[in-house]
Design a protein around this ligand. Structure first.
Ligand code: HEM
Length: 562
């Protein structure tokens, strides 16, 4: 027998044995080992999870059907952002306005009962953001939105006064100038259907740069838009990491296409903000931009402070604690001064982190809010007429003149339209905190264990029939003072509430009024959609999936000005 035939024969034997002994071999094969191993780990995990204190303490909470190990994570695996939002909204009617969910091992408790929300948001203990905010870290560093402990407290105390009313008043001419520019740009779209969000994004970035950042020479318009688009893409990636449990693992995320996308977007964003800081550093002269107030002005404003409206927080306290003459600076200038003052702990990195945080928080939120208002008024022409009638009363014969601070105080109906828009379409639809200790909820027999991610849902709170009869109907009169007075404080929280509420709340309302007043005095706005056709997408900031499509028609009064 030749060597070749010996080899062939022995190979045949081996093959024969393989064929004849499938069970023996397959029982020991790596695949089986992995399968059996995974099953054993899964069973052990399930046993461990069900015996944890957290699981037992929350077992009486309404819980959507869960599968072992994954919990409810599978519900969103293959869904788009809009589908995730509509899946989440299916649970809004859950009795008790509370829901428990597990993303793998991570316990999440969703709350939307105002009495429970108050316990969490008004507390000076549950101030830390939940771990889902960590995906913002490469972008915001230790900026106000995600920082904690002493760092957050110190920064909040120093930053809140830079949004003081006297500073905001000084921004009005800049709000007007940019509002007129965007009106001019949008006039080129007159008669066509277009997405208002693009314009609102760009103008909001420009306004932030020219006001709180004090930038004299703005980047080219295309750069502002590029920044705004990079923010949208970044939010999309961060949202994916927050809700799709596998992307939480750095090893899996790094292999995905989103990692590269996020790096690219982050480059665009950080480049823009770095240039902003460099420009300001070159031209910084604190005294030339400081707002000086004398004691009489401070006292007068204190009297004017309206206490009945809305929620009270440290932004109101800024007005109340004022004594004596004040030198006030806008945000970036104030931070530059602080960084030069050896008595104040404030580094270059602190400046960059806060610029990145405020550029994001201050632009994407207000551009969504203004885009929603335009669509809503485009649908409800009768309400738009009412807004216009109010504008006519305020501006009289000089209808196209520039808006002033006192004009904005008179825009009561427009303010109600904005508030009602923020109720039904809150730009920040979800807020999350970490429970610092076990929390017993006042609304029912429920306790949230220490360390849990508490998800607060303004979108759901705002649509609760107990607070807003006929909750899905757009009705600006929901914000008549007598109706507001009858509601729970925490039933309307578009700017969050309590010690960690939005620091730019007053800036946002003022800017929205000036911008919308300017647009609405120039154009009749139309929208071909019905409100029921809005498809929400909640990737960090609430948007419409198919864009904010409107049409504009120049008003006869404005044609000359355009
Ligand atoms: C309609 C516009 C706005 C809405 C609806 C809004 C809403 C909110 C909400 C809900 C939070 C809490 C977020 C959380 O806990 O996750 C927040 C925080 C914050 N907002 Fe706004 N915001 C708006 C405009 C602005 C503007 C214009 C600025 C600045 C110019 C700003 C700066 C901030 C900052 C710095 C925080 C973090 C505060 C802290 O943690 O101490 N926001 N905002």
């Amino acid at each position: 027998m030749s060597a070749r035939s010996v080899i062939v024969e022995s190979m045949d034997k081996v093959n024969e044995e393989n064929v004849m002994l499938p069970e023996k071999i397959s029982l020991l094969s790596p695949l089986w080992t992995i399968l059996v191993g995974t099953l054993v780990i899964a069973i052990l995990f399930e046993i461990w999870l069900r015996n944890t204190r957290e699981y037992k303490l929350t077992a009486n909470m309404p819980t959507p059907p869960r599968v072992p190990v994954l919990g409810q994570a599978h519900l969103v695996f293959n869904l788009s952002n809009a589908e995730i939002m509509s899946t989440a909204l299916q649970f809004i009617d859950t009795p008790g306005s509370i829901l428990r969910a597990y993303l793998g091992p991570i316990l999440i408790v969703g709350l939307w009962n105002p009495v429970d929300i108050e316990i969490v948001l008004s507390s000076s203990s549950h101030l830390e953001k939940s771990k889902e905010y960590k995906y913002f870290k490469p972008w915001f560093g230790d900026g106000l939105l995600i920082s904690k402990g002493h760092h957050w407290q110190h920064h909040r105390r120093m930053i809140a006064p830079t949004f003081h009313q006297s500073i905001l008043k000084s921004f009005i001419p800049t709000f007007v100038q940019h509002s007129k520019s965007v009106v001019h740009r949008m006039s080129l779209e007159a008669g066509k259907e277009f997405d208002a969000h693009k314009y609102m994004s760009q103008v909001t970035v420009e306004i932030l740069l020219s006001t709180v950042m004090g930038v004299k020479k703005l980047p080219e318009p295309s750069k502002c838009l590029e920044y705004a688009n990079a923010v949208l893409d970044m939010c999309d990636v961060i949202h994916k990491r927050q809700v799709k449990v596998f992307y939480r693992l750095d090893s899996i995320f790094r292999l995905s296409k989103f990692h590269e996308k996020a790096n690219k977007m982050l480059d665009i964003i950080l480049n823009m903000t770095r240039k902003v800081v460099e420009e300001r550093q070159k031209n910084f002269n604190a005294d030339s931009r400081a707002i000086l107030e004398n004691e009489a002005e401070v006292a007068k404003r204190k009297e004017e402070t309206i206490k009945a409206e809305g929620l009270r927080d440290d932004l109101d306290d800024i007005d109340e604690n004022d004594v004596g003459a004040k030198k006030r600076l806008a945000l970036l200038d104030a931070m530059m001064e602080m960084s030069k003052n050896p008595e104040i702990e404030w580094t270059e990195k602190d400046i960059i982190d806060e610029v990145n945080t405020i550029m994001f928080e201050g632009h994407d939120t207000t551009s969504a809010a203004s885009s929603f208002v335009l669509c809503i008024l485009g649908i409800y022409q009768d309400m738009q007429e009412k807004v216009l009638a109010e504008q006519k009363t305020i501006f009289g014969d000089d209808f196209m003149r520039d808006c002033t601070f006192s004009d904005t105080m008179e825009m009561k109906y427009l303010e109600r339209v904005i508030m009602e828009t923020l109720r039904l379409y809150p730009p920040v639809p979800v807020i999350a905190r970490r429970a610092e200790y076990d929390i017993k909820l006042p609304s029912g027999p429920y306790s949230i264990p220490k360390g849990t991610t508490i998800v607060i849902l303004p979108y759901a709170i705002h649509r609760d029939a107990k607070s807003f009869p006929n909750p899905n109907k757009f009705d600006p009169d929901n914000f008549l003072p007598e109706r507001t007075a009858k509601r729970h404080y925490y039933s309307f929280i578009p700017f969050s509430a309590g010690p960690r509420s939005c620091v730019g709340r007053k800036f946002a309302m003022l800017k929205l009024k000036v911008l919308l007043s300017t647009i609405l005095r120039n154009f009749v706005v139309k929208c071909n959609l019905k409100e029921e056709e809005f498809r929400m997408q909640g990737d960090i900031i609430l948007k419409m999936e198919n864009g904010f499509n409107i049409m504009l028609e120049p008003r006869p009064e404005a044609k000359k000005a355009l």
